[in-house]
Design a protein around this ligand. Structure first.
Ligand code: GLU
Length: 221
């Protein structure tokens, strides 16, 4: 499969975009917009996959500290998705950029016709110089994270699927952890960064552990 050398998918996690109280971290949105705008100015076609809808929604509704039911999270996503797009729009337009929102579910990748249409939409947006901002369509729900049928249940996977669909040469996952360490760097100051991986093994998966923070779902894994 031939890849587009100048095409890049960048994924940003909830823990990067939200502060400890569950409020949107305005400076992070500004930084993401500045960096991605800079990449586009250098001729790179960028696609942003952004989490943060549920966390921002819960924060706005003042429910950040409570454990939220799946339906409340779906409702919070409806509020939070609007908020994160508002912030991205504010900062990207400062750099003269136009963004477009794409919300996706498994079927959009699984069903041939939808997949083709989705790809055409991405191609068209990129050709127009628009920066697509992608997230899972959280508000419509799912069969639950345990379901075998699910193609993705987190945005790291969604970003990977988007990168493959769009044949992007690079996928960058911006997180609160620098990469895969041989053990949890938050707990062990001797943890070593594994710079290159040739083959993903069960042992590597075990090393990656689970999500690191309250807001995040991906972590090293
Ligand atoms: N789609 C979720 C959100 O916007 C985040 C899922 C994830 O981070 O993996 O809140």
């Amino acid at each position: 499969m031939e890849l587009y050398q100048n095409r890049m998918v960048v994924k940003v996690g909830s823990s990067t975009l939200t502060d400890e109280t569950g409020r949107s971290d305005i400076q992070s949105f500004e930084r993401v917009a500045r960096i991605l705008s800079g990449l586009q100015d250098r001729g790179i076609e960028v696609i942003l996959v952004s989490s943060g809808a549920v966390a921002a929604g819960l924060g706005l509704l003042d429910k950040a500290s409570s454990s939220a039911s799946p339906h409340r999270r779906q409702a919070a996503a409806a509020v939070g998705q609007r908020e994160i797009l508002r912030l991205y729009d504010r900062f990207f337009s400062k750099y003269g950029k136009t963004i477009g929102q794409i919300l996706l579910k498994d079927e959009d990748f699984l069903l041939e016709e939808r997949r083709k249409n989705l790809l055409r939409t991405f191609e068209e947006l990129l050709e127009l110089g628009v920066i697509p901002v992608v997230n899972e369509n959280d508000s419509v729900g799912s069969d639950g994270p345990q379901s075998e049928k699910r193609l993705f249940d987190n945005n790291d996977m969604l970003a990977a699927l988007t990168a493959v669909l769009c044949r992007a040469k690079r996928l960058a996952i911006l997180s609160d952890v620098d990469g895969l360490y041989d053990c949890d760097p938050r707990r062990n100051s001797n943890a070593e960064l594994i710079v290159k991986i040739d083959r993903v093994s069960d042992e590597l998966f075990r090393m990656a552990g689970g999500a690191g923070t309250r807001c995040g779902t991906g972590g090293m894994k």
